[in-house]
Design a protein. Structure first.
Length: 253
């Protein structure tokens, strides 16, 4: 088996651009929600006339949906992180999409009632009033959000108990906020899904890529806790956590 130092050095050196987690194949696993977000999004894109994907990341999920369902006549995506902007542009332009730099804060850089479909996979935050503003009457928002206390077994291993943060991202709260913005929620489903981290390199890569899990994470800052976790994984097997996901679909009357 490789040493702690070798695993750490490898995980620190690999690129974390984009939203492709294939580097973790064989090193970490995460069960997927039963509903199949990308497949369902493909069906909605296939019937849309103008669609917007918010916080598209590297565009991987949207690109996969477009290949299944086809591209609407008008397709835009927003993203804030420069490495992801470049990656999403390379993926989505050949498929008919335009990628717009956006700071992930209101307002969205589009006119009122510009789209009949707005989508997002794992947005940091949904600004419901803006989503409602850019949707046409009869249009819909279709998204998969991160739910409450997602991967908090790992978060709290490094940060300690986070009781206030555990209360955030609740689907019933976001559903109420969507309603307050004038949208009608027509579907809401949630699941908790098993995750396994099989070596310490997988943990480091994940925390470097999903930067809001442990804000300010660096190997140097958490070296001792990482070494302890490495020993735990070697002695007891994979570190187990649980992700939280919910599917939400809303319509504009």
């Amino acid at each position: 088996m490789r040493t702690f130092e070798e695993l750490i050095a490898e995980a620190e050196s690999v690129s974390v651009d984009g939203w492709d987690f294939s580097w973790l194949d064989g090193r970490a696993t995460e069960d997927r929600p039963s509903w199949g977000y990308q497949r369902l999004l493909a069906g909605r894109l296939g019937t849309a006339t103008a669609a917007l994907d918010i916080q598209t990341g590297g565009g991987e999920v949207l690109a996969g949906a477009l290949r299944q369902g086809g591209c609407p006549p008008v397709l835009a995506a927003t993203e804030s992180w420069p490495p992801n902007l470049a990656r999403a542009t390379r993926l989505l332009h050949p498929l008919g999409g335009v990628v717009v730099a956006d700071p992930d804060e209101p307002p969205l850089p589009f006119a009122d009632e510009a789209f009949d479909l707005v989508s997002s996979r794992h947005p940091v935050r949904a600004f419901w009033s803006e989503i409602a503003r850019v949707l046409r009457p009869g249009g819909g928002y279709f998204a998969q959000h991160v739910g409450p206390a997602s991967v908090f077994e790992l978060v709290e291993y490094f940060l300690g108990p986070q009781p206030e943060a555990r209360e955030g991202r609740r689907p019933e709260v976001e559903s109420a906020e969507a309603g307050a913005a004038g949208l009608e929620v027509v579907d809401l489903r949630s699941e908790r899904l098993r995750m396994e981290f099989r070596d310490i390199g997988a943990v480091v890569y994940f925390l470097r890529k999903v930067i809001w899990m442990v804000p300010g994470f660096t190997v140097a800052r958490y070296h001792d806790r990482l070494r302890e976790l490495d020993a735990l994984i070697r002695a007891e097997g994979p570190f187990v956590a649980h992700s939280a996901r919910f599917l939400i679909e809303a319509r504009k009357p």
